[in-house]
Ligand binder design. Structure first.
Ligand code: NAD
Length: 473
């Protein structure tokens, strides 16, 4: 596939292979952009903003609605690309493609609700005879940098609101999964988006990242990815807005009065969705000691039923990790934990990029798999018996995206909701629950700012005050 620069689909001799991690076959190639391409993207995006900021809200919304219809009418095509270039099974990929339709539709709807307010100028001395308001204006060129694990919908979470707000966008999709993103850009152009408004530049993040991120023509960097790249980008960005959706090590408390069946099923799915490569994937399960043994038995039993393998087969529950190297990293972390005394209750094996769904207990605090984001199909069980201690344990690591608690006790639920240090608390769902319109983001190393269409639109616009001095009134 090609990249879109200055209204043209262009190729380069220097290419990046897009590889299916299940069988290592090359499914396509994309150009590896160079510094001249970066400059083309930047200068075209500035011109694109001159177009986008003058487009009516109606026109922007119609384009987003149309793009949603296009994706909806080709859902299986989008799902197959997601499943082939990444880790997701075809069923997981279909769900993502469906969510992308919602994301684009909701972006269209929210474009009509970018509101301002009148200002009560005479509320302080000196404001007499003033009348006025503020409205929100588009921020300018938005640089969107996206990760591999939701290669379509996380791109839509940036393109949808950026376009809805009247911005122009430079998209740098994940190096390993650029195809779904390019298909989304194609859908937007087919839906009528002037191609100058969107640049899609493919390439290696560490090579083209710095000149894009540090350029003063970019007014906002909207980044989703790992904390290391996030820190690097924050250091390079200079004076511009930064949105950061980073990693986590999602804790889930299962209290003694939980609906056990619900908790087991939600947490197994939440641990192994997309082979655990999920920013809200369950990593730490803090289970009340009264139900610990029963929970563990049921959890391991259900995990053992997981069918892993070919992503395109309808009955596969879990596919491979994104690369064999990533799978080797997870295998190493499991071994390190087990060498330090952790017990592997099931899983632990690896074949190529396929890692067995793995459940651990007795994981010591100095094991990497305890304190780092694993981003793989493993989960740790810890017994707890005191709510304050469970909450303190959940809060003890430097991340804070989503947390969750299973309980029927409303006081326990409220206490957890208020004391867990994170961007959202799910009650009776695992952390792996996200509605695309909810405010989504984290605290601490999990990020800065919020996505979720209405909230992204706030981040991607600025308020401008308009004040009339009317001495004659
Ligand atoms: P990554 O940080 O390796 O890469 C993310 C993107 O950044 C890619 O497009 C990459 O090419 C680019 N990049 C890398 N170095 C760069 C640089 N120096 N300058 C500019 N761009 C650069 O992340 P990944 O492996 O693709 O994704 C996994 C990570 O993303 C996990 O940590 C996961 O938790 C996180 N994530 C967070 C959310 C969220 O919403 N909070 C959602 C999904 C994934």
């Amino acid at each position: 596939m090609k990249m879109l620069l200055n209204g043209q689909w262009v190729d380069r001799d220097d290419k990046i292979d897009v590889i299916d991690p299940f069988d290592n076959s090359v499914i396509d190639t994309v150009p590896s952009a160079n510094n001249a391409d970066v400059e083309t993207a930047l200068s075209a995006a500035v011109k694109g903003f001159e177009i986008s900021k003058r487009m009516s809200v109606y026109d922007r919304a119609q384009i987003l609605y149309k793009a949603a219809q296009i994706i909806s009418s080709r859902l299986e095509e989008f799902a197959t690309i997601i499943a082939r270039e990444g880790s997701k099974t075809i069923n997981e990929a279909r769900k993502e493609a469906g969510r992308c339709v919602n994301t684009m539709t909701c972006s269209a709807e929210e474009s009509k609700r970018i509101l301002g307010e009148t200002i009560p100028w005479d509320s302080f001395p000196g404001g007499e005879k003033r009348r006025g308001f503020y409205y929100r204006f588009p921020i300018g060129v938005v640089l969107a940098i996206t990760p591999f694990n939701d290669p379509l919908n996380l791109v839509a979470h940036k393109l949808g609101p950026a376009i809805a707000a009247g911005n122009s966008v430079i998209l740098k999709p994940a190096t390993v999964t650029p195809l779904s993103a390019i298909k989304l850009v194609e859908a937007l152009v087919e839906a009528g988006l002037p191609p100058q408004v969107i640049q899609c530049i493919t390439g290696i993040g560490s090579k083209i990242g710095d000149p894009l991120v540090s350029d003063e023509r970019v007014r906002m960097v909207s980044f989703t990815g790992g904390v290391e790249a996030g820190k690097h980008i924050a250091g390079k960005a200079g004076i511009k807005k930064i949105g950061m959706e980073l990693g986590s090590d999602s804790p889930v408390i299962v209290w003694k009065d939980a609906d056990l069946k619900l908790a087991v099923e939600s947490c197994v799915s939440g641990s192994f969705w997309a082979a655990g490569q999920n920013c809200i994937g369950v990593q730490r399960l803090l289970v009340h000691k009264d139900i610990y043994d029963e929970f563990k038995t049921q959890f391991v039993e259900l995990t053992k039923k997981y069918k892993i393998g070919d992503k395109l087969k309808e009955d596969t529950d879990m596919g491979p990790m994104i690369t064999e190297n990533e799978a080797k990293r997870v295998e190493k972390w499991v071994k390190e934990a087990s060498d330090k005394g952790a017990k592997v209750l099931t899983g632990g094996g690896r074949k190529g990029a396929l890692v067995e769904p793995t459940v651990l207990e007795n994981v010591p605090a100095d094991a990497t798999i305890h304190y780092e984001e694993v981003f793989g199909p493993t989960v740790n069980l810890y017994p707890v018996d005191d709510l304050d201690k469970a909450i303190a344990e959940a809060n003890s690591l430097p991340y804070g995206l989503l947390a969750a608690i299973f309980t029927r006790d409303v006081e326990v639920a409220f206490k957890a909701a208020y004391e867990l240090d994170c961007g959202g608390v799910m009650i009776n769902d695992s952390t792996d629950y996200r509605l695309d319109s909810m405010p989504f983001g984290g605290v601490k190393y999990s990020g800065l700012g919020r996505e979720g269409l209405k909230f992204s639109l706030q981040e991607m616009t600025e308020p401008k005050v308009v004040c009339f001095n009317l001495p004659g009134i």
